[in-house]
Design a protein. Structure first.
Ligand code: NAD
Length: 510
């Protein structure tokens, strides 16, 4: 086994970015950051608490109340955000190398995520100049229009899987619409988040508009959730954390957008293009190390093709190249953190009693240390098994047979989650009817997860609250004030003007 190379420019200290400056925590606290391929500490990151969040929110508030950002023309903000995209593109190799090192992602997949981060900025920079809002006319009486306004300081809380891209997915629409932000990145992966400050400053984003506070969820995250001057929170993470944040935000009646966990089904019918279905379902769970919210981690296969498909699936899983994150040949690398590795390994042990192990099953021999897990497949897994019901968030697939469309749908819907679903069939009618029957925010027919940024992104049931994507993100990050203009007489009853005036009546509002 070759030893991983540390990427150039790796810092040993990771700071917050508050009011245009990189700073340590007020109390000087820091936490260790690990290299997932070795679990050696490679850096120390500032551990934010209430005091740091207070400073960041104060800076963001000042930038919102008194600064130019919310008052710029959309075109001006758009130009700056395109400059952000240019800079991210220009630094994509560096971003990918750091992300791959910090999160344990295979380098080729980290490169794709860096490009997607740039694309998120381009997309929302374009969208905000194309923004149209409704006007409503009541002929001769009233003209009503929607006055869209930024809302203030957005609190953005993000997970460790593809962290830089996830951060961009929230930063871009929040900023494009004129808000200022405080970002709390995931504590397992603070490295690439530390690049944002320099990128925004160079692109011309004014001081205080973007603030990044590192730290633990229960400290920095919690302080942001409960801060009185943060009216909206966009959160991506586990469903359980979403419940805690929902409860903590309730006393403040904050606006919430939540992208949560998943246990998505991939349904393979016997009339599908089985070669294509095999490619897509293997990629669907093992890409990004299986640390993917939309992973098709429950593969449901029609019984007539079941044995053959399981055999081919297991063979492919056994042939997946497990390697160092930095190696371009690697297909699955190291899980993000030893705690997460331990969780995934517990599920693999449990799986031995819940299904039939046909591939993987633990740590690959070539990697005695670090968070490496062999791509693992359990077949014949019943719907009541915990490995069928619970999100493992690692390179672990479960396969379950079904007989007909009704059973496929019942199995697909048999968990608390409803994020994504994938259906493989060559029957057009079946494809649309099954898609309609699945309780999931997003369904892909004969495809793995290929995004169109204009479409709604989000889950149902325990997988989320609200949708972002396209204009839905713009809606979340703005207030839509209705302004009503009278074009005629005011239509008020003349209270206090005497009985005669009263008798003249009034025309009710429309
Ligand atoms: P997590 O819930 O543990 O943490 C997410 C973020 O929340 C982190 O920044 C964390 O520090 C913070 N946090 C934790 N407790 C908090 C609290 N009490 N108050 C405020 N903030 C708190 O999730 P994770 O392990 O980082 O990410 C993996 C999860 O994210 C998986 O469940 C995955 O499915 C989900 N995910 C969902 C989507 C989606 O779009 N639906 C996308 C990516 C990941």
């Amino acid at each position: 086994m070759t030893i991983a190379q540390r990427p150039p420019g790796l810092p040993s200290r990771i700071q917050h970015y508050i009011d245009g400056s990189y700073v340590d925590s007020v109390d000087g606290d820091a936490f260790d950051v690990l290299d997932p391929a070795t679990n050696e500490v490679y850096a120390s990151a500032a551990a934010g608490t209430q005091a740091d969040i207070d400073l960041a929110v104060a800076a963001a508030r000042h930038a919102f109340d008194d600064g130019p950002w919310p008052r710029l023309q959309p075109r001006q903000r758009s130009r700056i955000l395109h400059a952000v995209a240019d800079l991210v593109e220009a630094r994509a190799d560096e971003v990918a190398a750091l992300e791959s090192f910090d999160a344990g992602l295979p380098i080729t997949q980290a490169q794709g995520q860096a490009r997607r981060a740039a694309e998120n900025f381009r997309f929302f920079a374009d969208l905000v100049v194309a923004q149209v809002d409704d006007a409503f006319k009541v002929p001769g009486r009233q003209l009503n229009y929607v006055n869209r306004k930024p809302r203030g300081v957005a609190g953005l809380i993000t997970p460790w899987n593809t962290p830089f891209m996830q951060e961009s997915w929230k930063l871009a629409p929040a900023l494009a619409t004129g808000n200022t932000v405080v970002l709390k990145p995931a504590e397992f992966t603070p490295l690439t988040a530390s690049l944002w400050g320099a990128v925004f400053a160079e692109a011309g984003v004014p001081r205080g508009v973007v603030n990044v506070v590192n730290g633990l969820g229960e400290q920095a995250g919690d302080a942001l959730v409960k801060h009185a001057h943060v009216p909206m929170l966009s959160f991506t993470g586990e469903s359980r954390t979403g419940q805690v944040i929902f409860a903590n935000a309730a006393p403040h009646l904050k606006s919430l957008s939540m992208e949560l966990g998943g246990k998505s089904p991939a349904i393979v019918f016997d009339d599908a293009d089985l070669d294509a279905a095999l490619d897509a379902t293997v990629f669907g769970v093992f890409s990004l190390n299986g640390e993917r919210c939309t992973a098709g981690s429950r593969v449901l296969v029609q019984r007539s093709i079941y044995d053959d498909f399981v055999e081919r699936y297991a063979q492919r899983a056994r042939s997946i190249v497990v390697g160092l994150p930095s190696d371009p040949a690697t297909e699955v690398a190291a899980l993000v953190h030893p705690e997460h590795f331990a969780k995934v390994m517990r599920y693999i042990e449990l799986g031995a009693s819940e299904g039939r192990l046909v591939a993987g099953g633990g740590r690959p021999e070539a990697f005695p240390t670090g968070n490496f897990v062999a791509p693992t497949v359990f077949a014949d897994v019943p719907a009541n098994a915990r490995i069928f019901q619970e999100e493992i968030f690692g390179p672990v697939a479960v396969i379950t047979p079904f007989d007909d469309d009704a059973e496929a749908l019942a199995l697909a819907n048999a968990t608390r989650y409803g994020l994504a679903a994938y259906v493989y069939t060559s029957d057009l009618r079946r494809a649309h009817n099954v898609a309609n029957g699945i309780d999931a925010g997003m369904v892909w027919l004969n495809s793995n997860n290929v995004r169109d940024l204009r479409t709604p992104f989000g889950g149902v049931k325990a997988s989320g609250l609200g949708h972002e994507g396209g204009y839905r993100s713009i809606d979340f990050y703005t207030d839509q004030q209705a302004v009503h203009i009278n074009l005629d007489q005011t239509h008020s009853m003349r209270f206090g003007a005497g009985a005669e005036a009263m008798a003249q009546g009034f025309v009710p509002g429309t």
